[in-house]
Design a binder for this molecule. Structure first.
Ligand code: SF4
Ligand code: SF4
Length: 160
């Protein structure tokens, strides 16, 4: 009887195997997939490489208040503040971050910096390819974290 039971178990297992062979593939084709993510897919809440945001006028949202650095348990945010001037306005407040570095050798992606930020200047993006044999390259500078300038509205052309 035990042989019959074993054969039945194998047959049941193989039936599931054959059924799955004709189902759509569920695995991600990373890194050979299409698009900028090379086939990787994420939930919206995935915490990847940070993004420093701009406001609707293209000014940097970061006002160099240091709250994110103070909240960071891994001590991996380094900021140098500078004053905005009439000739050179970088953020809408008094100060801006002249230097803003995040050391991804230390970051644990806890999100505390994002929660601490009063201006929503720092958010988590979906960038995840953060492995390197060169530890220095994992210290990301502001220029690497800053989002692109918003597209300028096109001037409507008047009908002739
Ligand atoms: S996610 Fe956490 S560890 Fe990483 S920079 Fe922000 S506060 Fe620091
Ligand atoms: S990212 Fe936010 S919390 Fe950090 S210094 Fe800039 S404004 Fe302050």
């Amino acid at each position: 009887m035990s042989i019959v039971r074993d054969i039945a178990s194998v047959a049941k297992g193989m039936s599931i195997t054959f059924k799955e062979m004709f189902e759509p593939t569920q695995v991600e084709n990373y890194p050979d997939g299409p698009g900028p993510m090379h086939g990787a897919q994420f939930e919206e809440r995935f915490r990847g490489q940070h993004v420093l945001q701009r406001d609707e006028n293209g000014l940097e949202k970061c006002v160099a208040c240091f709250l994110c650095a103070a909240a960071c348990p891994a001590n991996c945010i380094y900021i140098e503040a500078a004053e905005n001037t009439a000739e050179q306005r970088i953020s809408s407040a008094e100060r801006y971050a002249k230097v803003y570095n995040i050391d991804y050798n230390r970051c644990i992606f806890c999100g505390y910096c994002v929660e601490a930020c009063p201006t929503d200047a720092i958010t988590h993006g979906h960038g995840f390819e953060l492995a390197s044999l060169n530890a220095t390259s994992l210290v990301m500078r502001k220029e690497q974290l800053l989002t692109a300038m918003p597209a300028q509205p096109t001037t409507p052309t008047l009908p002739k």
